[in-house]
Design a binder for this molecule. Structure first.
Ligand SMILES: Cc1cc2nc3c(=O)[nH]c(=O)nc-3n(C[C@H](O)[C@H](O)[C@H](O)COP(=O)(O)OP(=O)(O)OC[C@H]3O[C@@H](n4cnc5c(N)ncnc54)[C@H](O)[C@@H]3O)c2cc1C
Length: 429
């Protein structure tokens, strides 16, 4: 394949560089900085929060299963910062799923990064990765002035959701189902305003009516069981996950461009031919379309351990656990309009092992969030916000310890890592 060349400016040295400023990358960067590492967080978009802010309103954060609280540390700190701003309900501790205000979330994340002393570089897509044998040496980011900015570091965290860092480093990055590589379907999330709260049809009645229409073949949209949610702090608003877009992969801009258009067609059809005929929705208006189509699954990092469905449904507790979660497996199947669910027992939870955050082919790369090492099926539970944030905190802490002590990721003292995480309020087992 022909190559292109671009001028490069050496822009600085850090202990840890985190790529991707989604919620998992923010937690990784804050944790690394608090562990004492000089930390750079790089993000392609102008702001941080990733799908937690661009894809919202989503239904919220999963924090517990019945009586068992499964996340602490930075997840709770962020919620408390939101509480200060009125961006979350004061009763959040009682909820399994915590709805949050996406705009306030951006403000809270900015404060958190600033206080931790993280250097933030937004507007900067990762362009190239420099390697020396089994070590990643530097990363170059596209700069609007037409040159690339190159930064060196001792340890790196891939929080890009798409395993972009691993991919550009030439590492193995599995994608999709083992049998055919197909990934979960996408959804373009949207909100409507102008809902008459007193008359609004219930969520279940709406979903049932849509399923009947959908089954009749009268719509182009194959999504069944649309999710309908109140929007935190906005009476008269509802958010919908009611679109279903399937393209071969979510890492090809040409296919993503098609997906954006198709998502918008489905939104218009849903509102005009269905929603406005329902009680309380007659005068609703399209209030917000998520800033990009919601991609549930792309590439992941190939780690020292790959988490499986059996690990999750059996509530496995690993010796090297660094995070916990109770999120159900929720697969938006490429071959069916209905999401496939597998729930945990009431009060149960599973753990996430350190080895699933460590790239197996190099010495100094960690993964967090949507691109950790798990099978297609297991990732369908681990990809959501609270495990993404908890693995971010673990990966960032580990990257800092690895960089500051000059230890390869696979030789890190996991006992010490777990102690540091516990001391920072994280729930590791
Ligand atoms: C339709 C939909 C609904 C959902 N609803 C919920 C819900 O209700 N509750 C829940 O918990 N989860 C939900 N999720 C899942 C959740 O939003 C994500 O899985 C979660 O945001 C993952 O966090 P992350 O930080 O790993 O990745 P992301 O949020 O995707 O962040 C990755 C970041 O990396 C940046 N990036 C990517 N490539 C580069 C590059 N080359 N250079 C620099 N930066 C780069 C991106 O711009 C992005 O900001 C939903 C997902 C979808 C698609």
């Amino acid at each position: 394949m022909p190559e292109i060349s671009i001028a490069v400016e050496d822009a600085g040295d850090y202990d840890v560089i985190v790529v991707g400023g989604g919620l998992s990358g923010v937690c990784a960067a804050v944790a690394a900085a608090r562990t004492g590492a000089r930390t750079l967080l790089c993000e392609a978009l102008p702001f941080v929060g990733g799908n937690g802010t661009t894809g919202l309103p989503i239904s919220g954060l999963c924090a517990r299963n019945s009586d068992k609280i499964v996340v602490g540390g930075l997840v709770i700190e962020i919620i408390e910062l939101l509480l200060k701003r009125g961006g979350v309900g004061a009763d959040f501790k009682l909820k399994e799923w915590i709805p949050v205000d996406a705009e306030q979330l951006q403000l809270a994340l900015g404060e958190l990064l600033h206080t931790a002393g993280v250097t933030l570089l937004t507007y900067s897509p990762l362009l190239a990765v420099g390697r020396e044998q089994s070590r990643i040496r530097d990363l170059s980011f596209y700069n609007k002035d037409g040159r690339a900015l190159r930064y060196r570091a001792a340890a790196f965290v891939d929080s890009s959701g798409d395993a972009q860092l691993a991919r550009l480093a030439g590492l193995t990055t599995p994608m999709g189902r083992q049998r055919d590589g197909q990934t979960q379907t996408m959804s373009l999330v949207f909100s409507v305003g102008g809902v008459d709260e007193a008359r609004a049809e219930s969520k279940s009645a709406l979903a049932e009516a849509w399923n009947t229409l959908q089954a009749s073949g009268a719509t182009r949209n194959k999504r069944r069981d649309p999710a309908v949610n109140e929007v935190f702090g906005r009476p008269g608003w509802r958010s919908f996950i009611a679109t279903r877009v399937h393209v071969k992969k979510g890492t090809d801009n040409r296919l993503l461009a098609d997906a954006e258009l198709e998502g918008r067609r489905q939104i218009e059809e849903f509102i005009c031919t269905f929603l406005r005929s329902r009680a309380g929705y007659e005068n609703c208006f399209l209030a917000q379309i998520s800033s990009h189509v919601g991609v549930r699954e792309t590439r992941r990092v190939s780690g020292l351990y790959e988490i499986t469905t059996a690990d999750l449904v059996s509530g496995r507790k690993f010796d090297d656990a660094v995070a916990c979660s109770a999120s159900s497996i929720e697969i938006h199947l490429p071959d069916s309009g209905l999401p496939h669910w597998q729930h945990l027992q009431d009060g149960d939870y599973y753990t996430i092992p350190y080895r699933a955050l460590v790239a197996r082919e190099v010495d100094n790369l960690f993964a967090s969030g949507r691109c950790i090492s798990a099978t297609h099926e297991a990732l369908a539970a681990l990809r959501v916000l609270s495990p993404a944030m908890a693995t971010g905190q673990a990966a960032g802490t580990a990257a800092a310890q690895s960089a500051l002590n000059g230890v390869a990721a696979d030789r890190l003292d996991v006992v010490q890592l777990r102690e540091t995480l516990r001391a920072a309020g994280a729930i590791v087992e």
